[in-house]
Design a protein around this ligand. Structure first.
Ligand SMILES: [Zn+2]
Ligand SMILES: [Zn+2]
Length: 127
């Protein structure tokens, strides 16, 4: 099977990535940490093994902020874009909003974490 290579990057373009599929665990999350990290009420995520992700932009790997015992949030120090999370496990989680082409079927979220943390008026339907 042909492996699909995803690409994406931050607002200013200094941080760019290429990630070799398959994209794992596509899900949305409305936890408070994701909300603060992204500024969005709900974020959409996919995960890749660390070795499947290459940082190809001029600024190399993103800056990180230690956000929990097992993970750091990744962002661009130049433009401030949220990019994802780099875990201590060999896993890189990327936010779907920074993908060049987030319309790929494999990226469609299948679960919603911390659904109850969102405001009640914020409905999220995946169809
Ligand atoms: Zn940037
Ligand atoms: Zn979250």
């Amino acid at each position: 099977m042909q492996k699909y290579t995803y690409s994406g990057g931050c607002l200013c373009g200094a941080i760019r990535f290429e990630a070799i599929g398959p994209a794992l665990k596509p899900h949305t999350c409305s936890c408070k940490m994701c909300q603060r990290h992204s500024g969005a009420l709900t974020t959409a995520w996919v995960e890749f093994p660390k070795e499947a992700v290459t940082w190809v932009g001029e600024n190399g790997t993103p800056s990180t902020y230690r956000s929990s015992d097992y993970s750091s949030r990744a962002f661009c120090a130049t433009c401030g874009s949220s990019l994802g999370a780099i875990d201590d496990d060999p896993t890189v989680a990327l936010l779907l909003g920074v993908f060049d082409k987030p319309n790929h079927k494999e990226l469609k979220p299948t679960t919603h974490s911390y659904r109850t943390t969102r405001p009640k008026w914020w409905n999220l339907e995946i169809s």
